[in-house]
Design a protein around this ligand. Structure first.
Ligand SMILES: [Zn+2]
Length: 309
């Protein structure tokens, strides 16, 4: 009898240990995405809530900054810098997302690389004050260069300047839900506000399951996932629910450093285009997968698209 009791205790532990997966939460467009709401109190409350929820859920997130958002004409807006200080004080990491969120598909390498350099001044200082240095770069619109030559120029530049490009595996349209959510709040439509939040979490879990399925078909295993989010009001209120769905699907939360230890991120990408897509999609295209391979990708509901127009 004793041995059975022992096995009952030990087996579920071993099974869950073996299946444990890892995800890094990354937030773009810091210091804050407030869709035109310039009220510093609103913005501070949003970031306070986001940061405390990340802390409570022990999520070592990274936020990518557009430093143009820190300025009004030439003068720095101290309240915006304070949002970044708050983020960094909580032990969360910061990276570069260019100064002005420029689109590498539309400008030259020279202009784009200058926008990267312009975008690191304040962030470097904030990290330096905390004995850290800037390490990660996230491409706006996930545009890495629409030809091999353009992509190689950028990747060499990043390398020469000590940056590591931060990939995304779970791409999604959280920004459409976030804008729809903010508009529903503007109308004080309680039922719609709740519905959007509920549908958002369902959509994000379906995205997670979709990308897990895709990597298992491509590589026969789970991989370290990197989730793309934005520093919006919606996410500040729903980080707890997002954390819940990832825990429920057996994930631990890890830093970008930890996530990138997976060799999958050294896989070859041989296709280039105007797209801004998940690295999983690029690995699939590089292995000759065509349209039908992507047919089960969850879609953003029409009513969200309409609200976000
Ligand atoms: Zn962005």
């Amino acid at each position: 009898m004793k041995i059975y009791a022992f096995l009952i205790l030990i087996i579920p532990g071993l099974l869950s240990f073996g299946q444990k997966k890892q995800v890094c939460f990354s937030f773009d467009d810091l210091p804050v995405v407030s869709y035109g709401i310039a009220d510093p109190v609103f913005q501070k409350n949003l970031i306070d809530k986001l940061v405390s929820s990340l802390k409570n859920n022990k999520i070592p997130a990274i936020g990518f900054v557009n430093e143009s958002r820190l300025y009004n004409n030439q003068s720095i807006i101290q309240s915006q810098v304070e949002l970044l200080n708050k983020w960094a004080d909580s032990g969360l990491d910061l990276g570069n997302h260019t100064f002005s969120h420029s689109d590498y598909n539309n400008i030259s390498f020279k202009e784009f690389s200058q926008d990267i350099l312009d975008g690191e001044t304040v962030t470097k200082e904030i990290l330096k004050n905390r004995n850290k240095s800037i390490k990660y770069f996230r491409h706006p619109f996930l545009h890495v260069g629409n030809t091999k030559a353009k992509a190689d120029s950028l990747s060499n530049f990043l390398n020469d300047h000590g940056y590591i490009a931060a990939p995304v595996t779970i791409d999604n349209e959280d920004y459409l839900f976030a804008l729809a959510y903010q508009r529903a709040k503007g109308k004080a439509d309680t039922n719609l506000i709740k519905k959007i939040g509920h549908d958002y979490i369902g959509y994000m879990e379906s995205k997670l399951k979709y990308y897990e399925m895709q990597v298992n078909i491509l590589f026969g295993r789970d991989i370290n996932q990197i989730l793309l989010l934005h520093a919006s009001s919606l996410n500040s209120e729903y980080v707890d629910s997002l954390a819940y769905i990832f825990r429920k699907n057996n994930y631990d939360f890890v830093s970008m450093d930890e996530a990138l230890k997976d060799d999958i991120f050294r896989s070859d990408i041989t296709v280039y285009g105007d797209w801004g897509i998940s690295w999983i999609d690029k690995w699939a295209l590089s292995r000759g997968k065509k349209g039908s391979f992507f047919k089960d990708e969850p879609a953003t509901p029409d009513y969200i698209r309409k609200l976000a127009e």
